[in-house]
Every structure is written in C-alpha cells, then in structure tokens.
Design a binder for this molecule. Structure first.
Ligand code: NCD
Length: 362
C-alpha cells in the first residue's frame, strides 16, 4: 500500500474516495499505521505482525521485569480517550493498553463535562486535545467524524494519530483486529482461519463490528461467510459488494438452526436499538430465533467457537459460558493485547519488543 498524505488532498475529494482508496492516507511512510480508522487500511501482513506482537507482549507481560520493559516504551507519551458513546470493554482495554506501554491516559467520557456544553464545536474540542496529547482514541456516534478529525489534524502544525474506537454504524476496526486475533489463536492447531466458515448472527444492518470483521476476513483464503438475521436486520449491500469484489463465498439467510452445524465460528451480536429511527422499531422484529441456547451446544461441531463483541443481552444463554467453545471472555481479553500491539506499532516500538522477546523469552 503506497502511502498518500492527508495534507495533500482536499476534504471534499477525500470524502468521496472508496474505502480501499482511503487506506493509504492513514499509513506512515514505512507502512505502519499512523491513524487507525477503517478495517480497509489493513493488509494481511500487518494482521499477522499485530497478532504475533500481541502474543509476544502477553508473554513478556508475565514478569515484573517484562512489565517494566513494556512500561518504559511510551512513558514519554500521553493519550486522550474521547468516548462520547457508552463503552466498557473498548474503553477499559485501551486504557489498560496505554498503562502497559507506560502511556499516560486522560479521558472525556461525558461531553456534558467539556466545553462543548459552552457551545464549543466537536472539531474545536478535538483540536484542543491535540495540544496536550500525542494520540486520541475516539468513539463517536457520528459516522466519518474520526476521519474528518484525522484530516483536520493532519492539516494543522500539530498532527497526532487518531484511533477509531467505534464510529456510527459503520466501523469498529480495533474490534475487528481483536476478533481476527481470537480466530487466529482458536484455529492455530486446525489450519488457521483459511477455509473456515464464519456465521454472523443478529443485527447485521447496524452492527459495526460485523462490517469491519467481514472485510478483514476477506484477507484469508476460502473463508465462507453466513449472514443470519431477520430480513429487517440483514446485512447491507455495501458489505456484500466488498465480498463480491474479493470473490468471497457468502450466504444471506434467516434460518439460524439450519446454519449452526456448518459454522466453525459463530459471531453473535446484540440488537443495536440505539439506532432506532422510531419508537419501538426493534421491538417489532421477531428475534427469538436468533439466540444461542444451551441446547444448541449439541448442534455445533466439537471445535466450533462462539464469539460475541459484548455487551450481550439474551443472545447467548449464560449456561453456555462454561463450555470450552465459548470464546467471548477470552475474546475480550485479547482486545487488550492486540490494542497494546497496535499502539506499540503505531509508535514504532514493535521491533524493540521483538528484540526483547528474542533475547529473553525465545
Ligand atoms: C460493540 C460496539 O460498541 O459496537 N461493543 C464493543 O465495542 N465491544 C458491540 C455492541 O455494542 O453491541
């Protein structure tokens, strides 16, 4: 991916680009990510590198000496966690990732406590953060806002990287990274992600995690994707267009129980009713079929994994939690390690971690 520069393109021109053409604008000259905004900016090599680094970091972090090493890497940097939408896991795992690397983190989680209440624009608020911090991790309900800010900051004298921690209904690139990491680890002994069948279930129309992960899976050969949802919540055409372009086999269907035995990974999602455009819209959709119940454990393969980006409501019965195929708690912890790997890579510390690993843990 040849790098292009955000300060050399007008916002109106940039905005119109297809996602794949936007990717090169978010990279550094050496191919490491500068901003992390969309799943489409990741190539297969980078995914491999990040997964390997995450595993090395988690091993290094087992000892006090290792933790001291990691915490020295970015102790001269500060991060702003700007979360204007609810979050537990994404926020805390980014916070923990910053701590692991010694980055000092500050947060704004409630815009009511910022000067936006005095009438300041979101743009001005973000520009303010860039005066005090070296990186912004941003979750926002506004589609495209993180990109707009990345463009804006890149056109100031103080550009700093932005990580998209969930934007609108469209993208959640770091969730997709942790999902890939989870799939890779789970299938390590069974031939990797290649050739596997992944089944997405639930609100595929408004779930941003599915949009991002479905794209990243196109980087792995012969993965079949199933989109299983009621018609009202079915995946949108833009996602399928991406799969067509990558010549990926997929099926769009409604019958949850019929697909279960096929899947190597079952990715359950929550109904995203915060996006309802009218009162009770989601409640009118019959989703009772799209729950993973304890009895379904008998219908899936012995090595199929069950995933969920969380938070869950009734999508997965609590009784399933103890089954070794339930992967969602490990998936959540994987998020901390892959986000640590991502930040270390963005700040060019990945090679040092690799060298430390070779010397001390190989
Ligand atoms: C997801 C999100 O915010 O998009 N949560 C997360 O980051 N783990 C999924 C959801 O809220 O349902």
């Amino acid at each position: 991916m040849r790098r292009q520069r955000l300060d050399q393109i007008l916002w109106d021109d940039f905005q119109k680009l297809p996602l794949l053409k936007k990717g090169p604008f978010f990279q550094q000259g050496d191919g490491r990510p500068y901003h992390v905004l969309i799943a489409q900016q990741f190539e297969r090599d980078r995914l491999e590198q990040l997964c390997q680094l995450a595993t090395r970091i988690r091993r290094i972090a087992k000892s006090k000496q290792g933790m001291e090493f990691l915490a020295s890497l970015l102790c001269h940097k500060r991060a702003m966690l700007d979360f204007s939408q609810p979050s537990s896991r994404t926020f805390l795992s980014f916070y923990a990732a910053c701590q692991i690397l010694g980055l000092k983190a500050a947060e704004v989680r409630d815009p009511a406590t910022s000067s936006e209440m005095k009438g300041e624009s979101r743009e001005d608020s973000v520009r303010t953060f860039s005066s005090y911090f070296d990186m912004i991790v941003m979750r926002t309900p506004l589609q495209g806002f993180a990109e707009k800010m990345a463009w804006l900051l890149s056109n100031t004298e103080r550009p700093i990287p932005i990580i998209n921690a969930g934007s609108g209904k469209d993208q959640h690139p770091t969730q997709a990274l942790l999902d890939i990491y989870t799939l890779q680890r789970s299938f390590e002994k069974t031939g990797g992600i290649e050739g596997k069948t992944v089944m997405f279930v639930g609100d595929l129309a408004r779930g941003r995690t599915v949009r991002s992960l479905s794209y990243l899976l196109t980087k792995y050969a012969n993965v079949t994707q199933y989109f299983v949802a009621p018609a009202e919540l079915q995946v949108h055409q833009d996602v399928l267009d991406q799969l067509d372009a990558a010549r990926v086999t997929y099926h769009v269907c409604q019958d949850f129980e019929a697909v279960l035995p096929e899947a190597d990974a079952i990715y359950m999602t929550r109904i995203q009713d915060e996006w309802d455009t009218e009162e009770g819209q989601s409640k009118r959709v019959d989703i009772s079929q799209y729950y993973f119940k304890a009895e379904h454990l008998n219908r899936i393969k012995f090595n199929t994994i069950i995933m969920h980006p969380l938070p869950r409501r009734q999508e997965i019965a609590v009784a399933v939690d103890h089954d070794p195929r339930a992967m969602y708690w490990r998936q959540m912890r994987n998020g901390m390690w892959i986000r640590t790997a991502l930040i270390a890579t963005m700040f060019g510390r990945d090679d040092e971690i690799g060298a430390y690993y070779q010397l001390n843990l190989k």
